[in-house]
Write a protein that binds this ligand. Sequence first.
Ligand SMILES: Nc1ncnc2c1ncn2[C@@H]1O[C@H](COP(=O)(O)OP(=O)(O)OP(=O)(O)O)[C@@H](O)[C@H]1O
Ligand SMILES: [Mg+2]
Length: 215
Amino acid sequence: MITFRNVTKKYGAHLILDRLSFEIQPGEFVVMKGTSGAGKSTVVSMLIGAETPDSGSIEVDGVIVNQMDEDTKQLYRRKVGVVFQDYKLLPKKTVFENVAFAMEVCGESNEAIHRRVPKILEKVGLLNFQDKFPEHLSGGEIQRLAIARALVHKPRLILADEPSGNLDEENVRAIVNLFKKLHEEGATILMTTHDPLVQELVGGRSIVLENGRII
Ligand SMILES: Nc1ncnc2c1ncn2[C@@H]1O[C@H](COP(=O)(O)OP(=O)(O)OP(=O)(O)O)[C@@H](O)[C@H]1O
Ligand SMILES: [Mg+2]
């Protein structure tokens, strides 16, 4: 599903990723760990083509992401569900509208939006919050809204960047259980975290980034 081949990335003189290579098979649920600044979000950005490597290649589903033109990238991104570390929610839109917007920008019909959005909100346990604004949500609810938005296009690949950061244990468990359910339903998942509890709860394989490489 995902192949990083000798990916190197520098910001100025700062080497972030140093010939990083790893693979994720379809259907895997992989946790990527590493201290703050290790490059986890950079890996996620590269997987959606928001950052380009200085050298090496990033392949997803047989296509080289770092060689896609802008149009192809736009279409590709719809197939990948991304939960951003900083959520990227729209503060002036309600819970419903935040999720709906992700469908609107792709030209989906009103009917499709009104059919799909409640289903997703139910899945993440936010159906009763649909008219609330992000500023009135708790940390756990905000995380679940960010997850809901990532699910609008039924992605087979989900990239979740610290989706349980800053949450108490109960909420961390709830978030991990949600991803486990998505995994059982067939999604391939890459989740970054620096929380040992997350790795323990997920179980499967974990990748540890340190000094730009996997240890
Ligand atoms: N656009 C940028 N310009 C310059 N430096 C950057 C840029 N983006 C990230 N960096 C630097 O690259 C390094 C890796 O950042 P990244 O966000 O990938 O780390 P991370 O592992 O996600 O950390 P955290 O756990 O805190 O989220 C950091 O030192 C960061 O300051
Ligand atoms: Mg990060």
